[in-house]
Structure formats: C-alpha cells, structure tokens
Design a binder for this molecule. Structure first.
Ligand code: PLP
Length: 363
C-alpha cells in the first residue's frame, strides 16, 4: 500500500436513520422531498433497460447543460456527483509535490481527494464570521500550488464568498493556478452580492465551476454532477472519470429536472422560508448561528458539538457534528425544524436557555 494512504481518515457520511425508526434526517443537506412526478416517470421508463450501459458521452445531458450555461459542450464534464468531478480535477492538476489550497473548515472531501492524488493539502483557516480568508489563501499560493478550491456557499458553515472579493482574489492568483468555484448549494443563494461562478468561468481562463444535482435538484441518491471547465482542462479530466459512472437513470433524471426548472424552483422557496425561520428561532433562543445562504445552518458549539448531536439523535433529529467545532443542521420540512427547535430547547446543556419555540401549525 501507499504509506500515505494508510494514515488517511475515512470520509464520514451524515448519520442515516435507523430502519423503522422515525427520524428527521438533517445530516446530509438533502432536499426533504422525493422526485418530481416527471422525474420519477423518466426513471420508471428506463427500468426495463438497465441491462444496457449508459450513453458514454451523456450527449443529451451535456447538450442541455451547455445550453443552460451558454458554454461549449466541450467545456461540460460530468461525474458521479460533483465530488467525482472535483476528484477528476484534482488528479488532472496535482500529484506528489504539488499543493492544493482550500479553506478550513470546508467540504470534508477536499483533504481526502487531495491526499488521495498524492498531493499536499494546504488548509487555510476561515476568517472570523466563518468566511473564506481570501487574503490568506492568496498569500498561501506558492510555485507548487496547482489548484485552489473555493466552496461558496461553504459547507459546513453556510456563508458565501462575495463576487467582488473573488474577482479581486482571481487578479492575485497566477494564471497557471486553477481556481475551482464549488457551487453545490448555489440554488439556495439569495444574496445578490454572492459569487457567480458561471460569470467568473466566462471571464477567467483559469476558473472551473462545479455544480450538482444532489442538493437543490433532489437527486443525491442518483449521483450526478458536473463541471464547467476550459476545453483543454476538460479533456484532461474526462479520462479520469469512472467509465460509465453517470448511469442512464442519472442522466435521464437530470435531463427531466432541467425540463422542470420552474417546478424545482418552487420547491426551493419553502426551504428558504424554513431556513429563515430556523435561524431566527435559534438566534432568539440564544444560539450563535452563522449567516447562511445554503440549505443548512452552522452552530459553532465547540466542545459541545458531539453531545448536542447525540441529544438531538435521541429525539429523532439527525444532524452532522464536527467534533470540537460545531454542528451542521440541514434545513428540512417545517416539522423537522420544529423537532429540532424543541429538542434543543429541552436539552440546552450549557446553552443559554431562551424562550420556548412553539411548533407552528401552518404548512
Ligand atoms: C454535497 C456537496 C458536493 C457534491 O455532492 P455530490 O453528491 O457528489 O454531487 C460538492 N461540494 C460540496 C461542498 C458539497 O457539500
């Protein structure tokens, strides 16, 4: 075995519900709704032909994504989830002796993907307010740096990078260093000043954008995501994909979802309303809550993170703790939000006990 792999910690997925138990799964930033009827039909139509390999080039989906973003189809790279696209990108650019810069805390897959490629992760601490410290990230670029990963909104802390700030950052990044804008949660962003990855992709030859159907599109179980990448880089990434990794079902569901953008947008609105309600209620109860533009909230509970997550789990609310740092709670249904707020209000172990948050009766 490669000795550097022996020491790698495993990826820790969000906690799954115990079969049979009722639980609100707020641990993986999934949408709380099942597939749209049109998406379900597209899936059912394909069930009889799963003996066939999928379209290797995913022609229909690539064409739809190219049209959606106004880019050349040669710039669209698909993966089995956008995490696989990020994996392709990291390995296309970085190997032993190379460095990949990213904020920390950020998406847990980053250090694993970088180390898995044999490259060196360079984790730059977030600034106060759980923001990317773009100055410190720019200063950490060395001649060995091949790639910078910018997650906006940032998982698990929820804040965005400002568009202007990212433009200024790009002006400081050498042209031969690629900057990935990971926009897994971009559909939940309402801040008009937030970074717009597709605009940056159009204006900067060293920008790559990653998007996914797992979060706002509600297709996490199918595994499909994509990158917009300059043609030459896209060509270098594709051979690193798992062959046929994006299944025919995933391709068809993604196309059907792109046909139903308006219906999907209508399902995001209640998530945004619930996000605002949960943030207000938590702050009203005395919790520190990071500003969020994603479908989750970050509670910087420090050493209490694991204990609070356990208490919530006992009450049937599954969240994602990060030991010693905080708890990430996905925004789900109003019912799930009520269960969360009531459980926190009941336990309040060492947390200032605030007013009682009552369960709403609408929706
Ligand atoms: C969820 C997530 C992804 C992508 O997940 P896939 O299911 O692999 O598409 C990418 N980046 C971040 C930051 C995420 O949170």
């Amino acid at each position: 075995m490669r000795p550097d792999l022996v020491a790698l910690p495993p990826y820790r997925p969000g906690r799954a519900a115990v079969p049979g138990a009722t639980a609100h799964k707020l641990s993986s930033n999934e949408l709380p709704y099942g597939p749209l009827p049109s998406v379900e039909r597209a899936l059912v139509d394909l069930l009889g032909s799963v003996n066939r390999y999928p379209d290797f080039a995913a022609t229909a989906l690539v064409a739809r994504l190219a049209a959606k973003h106004g880019v050349d189809p040669a710039s669209v790279v698909l993966g089995a989830g956008s995490v696989e696209v990020v994996s392709q990108l990291v390995r296309a650019l970085a190997g032993p002796g190379d460095e990949v810069v990213f904020a920390w805390r950020s998406f847990e897959a980053y250090p694993l993907l970088v180390s898995g490629a044999g490259a060196t992760p360079v984790a730059v601490p977030l600034a106060p307010g759980w923001r990317h410290d773009l100055d410190a990230m720019a200063a950490s670029i060395t001649p060995r740096t091949r790639l910078v990963l910018v997650c906006t909104p940032n998982n698990p802390t929820g804040g965005v990078v400002a568009h202007d700030g990212l433009v200024a950052f790009l002006d400081r990044v050498p042209g031969d260093v690629v900057v990935l804008v990971d926009e897994a949660y971009v559909e939940f962003v309402t801040d008009p000043d937030a970074a717009r990855g597709a605009d940056l992709f159009a204006a900067h030859p060293n920008v790559v954008v990653a998007r996914t159907f797992s979060k706002a599109y509600g297709l996490a179980g199918l595994r499909v995501g994509y990158a917009l990448a300059p043609g030459a880089l896209a060509r270098a990434m594709r051979p690193l994909a798992v062959p046929f990794g994006v299944t025919a079902l995933a391709q068809a569901a993604a196309v059907a979802s792109l046909d139903a953008e308006a219906e999907l947008a209508a399902r995001i609105a209640p998530v945004l309303a619930e996000r605002a309600r949960v943030v207000d209620a938590l702050r009203g109860a005395g919790y520190e809550v990071a500003d969020t533009q994603a479908n989750f909230v970050w509670l910087p509970l420090g050493d209490r993170a694991d204990a609070v997550a356990e208490q919530l789990a006992a009450d049937g609310v599954l969240v994602r703790p990060f030991a010693g740092a905080g708890v990430r709670v996905s925004v789900g249904t109003r019912e799930a939000g009520d269960a969360l707020l009531m459980s926190l209000d009941r336990s309040a172990g060492g947390v200032p006990r605030g007013r009682v948050v009552t369960a709403g009766n609408d929706e």
